[in-house]
Design a protein around this ligand. Sequence first.
Ligand code: G6P
Length: 526
Amino acid sequence: MVWNTQRLLEVARTRLGNAQLIVVANREPYIHRYREGEVEWIRPAGGLTTALDPVMQACGGVWVAHGSGEADRDVCDAAGRVGVPPDQPRYTLRRVWLTREQEEGYYYGFANSCLWPLCHQVFCRPVFDPQHWQIYRQVNELFAAAVLEEAQNGPALIFVQDYHFALLPRLLKQVRPDLIIAHFWHIPWPEVDKFLVCPWARDILEGLLGNDLLGFHTQHDCNNFQECVDRTLECRLNREEFSIIRGGRQTRVRPFPISVDTDLPRRYLGPNWESRAAQWRKKLRLGQRPLLVGVDRLDYTKGIPERLQALDHLLRHHPELKGTFHFLQVGAPSRTHLPAYRDLAEQVEELTERINWEHGTSHWRPVVLLQEHYGPEEITLLYRMAAGCVVSSLHDGMNLVAKEFVATRDDERGVLVLSRFTGAARELTDAVLVNPFDVEELAAGLYQALTMPLEEQERRMRRLRAQVLEHNIYRWAGQLLSALGRMAPDVTAPATATVEAAGLPHLPAAATHHQTVDSLAPLTRL
Ligand code: G6P
């Protein structure tokens, strides 16, 4: 049976009963900003929001996120709430406002200068700054207060996203033990010796053990997490059930490889995509030449310089390819406040300029670099126009660009060149798998993409599509909900703690409302 919105909705109805679904993610799914004096909205770049928005549109509920757009406040009510998608609201976005200092310490600081490099194998030294840690804790408390406010009217399933909120599950559980809390960690979990250098490793692990269910993309990440806990905290590991028992509470740790909505590409392309493609080709002077595309946030984990160096290598060793194709790289600006990201943008520009200078002519630019934010309609069009898509992450939890490309290619053509160090490589084994640290191997992958016979492309793409169409985002969400349903009896301990006891900001009286086991009946029955 195929997973789709309808099936997910049915699972949500049975599993959630009358419990409210509250997602917490730092990044909001819709950002409001000003354009020529008018308020407009955009969808941010990045896999997390792309994957979760369709789930929320299907299930309804509340998404609690940092209100990061310059026009965000103008469209919200006094509590920071606004219906989204803005053109056809299906769920509520609850925005949390952060000061500059909080954004600096929590988002740019602890989340993106410490946890991001700590969890990725990219040889970038994490920053361990006590001030960042302090503010990270403070912002986790701020979000806990917002979630408790949203959940004050009854039972709720809180679905926390990613490394921005490692402390949130425990903070919530202390106040409302009746809440069902699941957390999905969208980035890799490092090996034990790497993780334990973090001065706050123990607090992070304890925070995460506030969850009833903790999900990672792969079994390897789950194993790494369990080993970190085993080495650091006094607890019992149940290796058969993949769970951790500490202080009488149980946290299950499971892999749930995330995916995409496979119906969206058709909608984004629309009926007249070919004329839009022709306009792009004209505007960028691409002629009818085949395109290799890369679509990434400009992030040092994505292996963009490595891919350009491989292209340089390819053109040196296969001069006959000169003038025959273009490499089109979309680099969405990301976290530009951080020097490491600004340096990367500069490096990518320099490499592009050098390659175009050395190999290009007045009629042909090998690399077309677009350092802008593009919406899903345009990105999907590029996937459809491409002869191949290159994903060369040095390390990546999943990488949804690879799955979006496959989902778009209902013509069963096009080659996916995919780094072995992505979560996606475990599922998409019919891609051309490469080691992005090996310039020769990556160049050979690009060569293969440009020269693969059509029959082989079709054979591979058919298998890739079968995998992605079956393992879509609705299956991911449905399986998470089902796993929660199955474990519910373990998680309904009577509530005892209060907001004050957890050291949280004081909330209105109703927020300390405690659930009884009975009120969770629809979940506990499963
Ligand atoms: C990764 C992270 C997400 C994040 C996304 C975009 O996929 O796992 O949590 O939202 O990058 O990054 P940003 O910092 O712009 O939210």
